[in-house]
Write a protein that binds this ligand. Structure first.
Ligand code: FAD
Ligand code: 2HG
Ligand code: ZN
Length: 493
């Protein structure tokens, strides 16, 4: 039986006891065990970062955090928890935005933060094999002198871990160019819920030997096992990168602009990121990146950040400049202005605006985040309809919802609808849900484009998945994890 209450998934599971801790002490050194139960009890405050999510929206009450250093240690911990029916929440950098990485109640937190070894890199094939706890930025730094890049980039790169990225199937800012992790992850090492180590850490580009089991763990959000190692295809570093922030007089121009940009830039286009005026203003207000000149933003309803990555600077600059010229000189220009980065510092400053949007929103208030796939021409309609709906409910004012903003990955049809409130309140949530999920379903969209389901959207899965799909997901879960210990209350209703 499955219930719509995440906590119900925990019935039948046990809390960690002092006896369990005594067993963990045989596996791990004292420094790798944080517990408020232990004889030398860890102060509760030290567990707070593990019990609360990035938005401070989801709160767990775990008493114990374990930080294994090896796959073997993970295996022994998981095996014990399975025998004892203790729920486990695998945790990476805890930057997830759907509450998947924190406990629902007092499950044990298994932090991958001590598993940070780069296991191998082959600069001919570009294949990188690393522990799941490696921070994305550190993998990127490692690859720089080898003239390669991770095929994934996101604003949380300084904290998120590659195992967390794989487990959420994170999309991010480079998906347009390098595709999803379902393509670039070549192999995984996973500790299954009974403690078995599933070694699928192949470094082969091609391997058609039956079912591709690793795909199940990409986006499983820790519900099927603990990812301990990742083999990923790094991309050759582009020889030249440029970017330009385009200011558009109206949203309707985004679609034709995307078409024209793709046509002219073709193989060198590497990002096409959208932000509406309100969220741009929030970025400026909260100090993300460097504000554009007032004359460049005047009359702009929204912005698009275009990046090119190619093999020859002169060639790319010529293409980008001629795109800008043709856009400006058209009879009905699609853009007001384009601010072209002319130095590495400006290049980073333009990206900092886009990458800082999530942070800006969180400084402004409490964000309800809807990470949705909808047809591109509906992006603005979704924002407008949500605003109107909140206005009708008299919730669009400074003491309730302060802003409704939209930004995201145009190239991937992925809108980040953020409803920025003064507080998280049941009243606002009730106004937003199921309203937004129904709206998304009416466009045949997805209620989660890239952030996952976590604990936030288990009850909404039905808007994007058929009953047959959900039934088979449940069967897969029961097959891998018959005792329901892995991240209970997440993903499945
Ligand atoms: P956590 O938050 O720790 O965990 C996320 C989920 O994965 C949880 O369910 C957890 O149980 C599970 N998990 C973590 N590690 C493992 C493991 N080793 N084995 C099994 N399960 C595991 N997402 C995007 O897709 N695109 C973006 O552009 C993007 N930008 C972001 C920007 C900011 C500022 C922030 C805060 C978040 C952003 N995210 C984005 C959300 C995104 O999901 C995470 O940043 C990232 O992928 C999660 O990695 P993490 O290590 O922090 O995982
Ligand atoms: C991004 O694209 C992230 O910046 C986060 O996916 C989106 O905060 C959000 O809603
Ligand atoms: Zn995103």
């Amino acid at each position: 039986r499955w219930s719509h209450s995440p906590a119900a998934a925990l019935s039948g599971l046990n809390s960690v006891t002092e006896e369990d801790l005594a067993h963990f002490a045989k596996i791990l050194p004292p420094t790798a065990i944080l517990s408020t139960l232990s004889p030398s009890a860890t102060p509760a405050a030290e567990l707070e970062p593990f019990n609360n999510d990035w938005m401070n929206k989801y709160h767990g009450r775990s008493t114990t955090v374990l930080k294994p250093r090896t796959t073997q240690e993970v295996s022994e911990i998981v095996k014990w928890c399975n025998q004892r029916r203790i729920g486990i929440v695998p945790q990476g950098g805890n930057t997830g935005l759907v509450g998947g990485g924190v406990p629902v109640k007092d499950e044990l937190v298994l932090s991958l933060s001590n598993m940070t070894k780069i296991r191998a890199f082959d600069d001919v094939s570009g294949i990188l094999v690393a522990d799941a706890g490696c921070i994305l930025q550190s993998l990127s730094d490692f690859l720089t002198p080898h003239n390669h890049i991770v095929p994934l980039d996101l604003g949380a790169k300084g904290s998120c871990q590659i195992g967390g990225n794989v487990s959420t199937n994170a999309g991010g800012l480079r998906l347009l160019r390098y595709g999803s992790l379902h393509g670039s992850v070549l192999g995984l090492e996973v500790v299954l819920p009974d403690g078995t180590i599933l070694d699928q850490l192949t470094s082969l580009r091609k391997d058609n030997t039956g079912y591709d089991l690793k795909q199940l763990f990409i986006g499983a959000e820790g519900t099927l096992g603990v990812v301990t190692g990742v083999s990923i295809l790094a991309a050759p570093a582009p020889q030249a990168s440029n970017n330009v922030m385009l200011a558009l007089p109206k949203f309707e121009n985004v679609l034709p602009l995307f078409k024209e940009t793709k046509r002219q830039l073709s193989e060198i286009l590497s990002a096409f990121e959208f932000m509406d005026r309100t969220v741009y203003d929030l970025a400026v207000k909260h100090g993300q990146g460097r504000a554009l000149d007032p004359s460049d933003v005047e009359g702009a309803e929204c912005f698009v950040l275009v990046e090119t990555s190619g093999g020859k600077r002169e060639h790319d600059e010529e293409k980008l400049n001629s795109l800008l010229e043709s856009l400006m000189e058209a009879e009905q220009p699609l853009i007001n202005t384009g601010v072209l980065a002319t130095s590495p510092a400006q290049f980073s400053a333009l990206w900092a605006i886009r990458e800082g949007l999530t942070e800006a929103v969180s400084k402004e208030g409490k964000a309800y985040k809807y990470d949705i796939s909808v047809p591109l021409h509906k992006f603005k309609e979704v924002v407008d309809k949500t605003k109107e709906h909140l206005r009708q409910k008299d919730l669009l004012h400074d003491n309730a919802v302060k802003h409704v903003v939209g930004y995201g990955h145009v190239g991937d049809g992925n809108l980040h609808l953020n409803v920025v409130a003064a507080q998280y309140t049941p009243e606002i949530e009730a106004a937003l849900e199921p309203f937004i999920y129904e709206l998304v379903a009416s466009y045949k969209g997805s209620i989660s484009a890239e952030h996952g389901i976590g604990v936030m959207k288990t009850h909404a899965l039905q808007y994007s998945k058929s009953p047959t799909s959900i039934e088979w997901m449940k069967r897969i879960k029961a097959l891998f994890d018959p005792n329901g210990i892995m991240n209970p209350g997440k993903v499945l209703p």
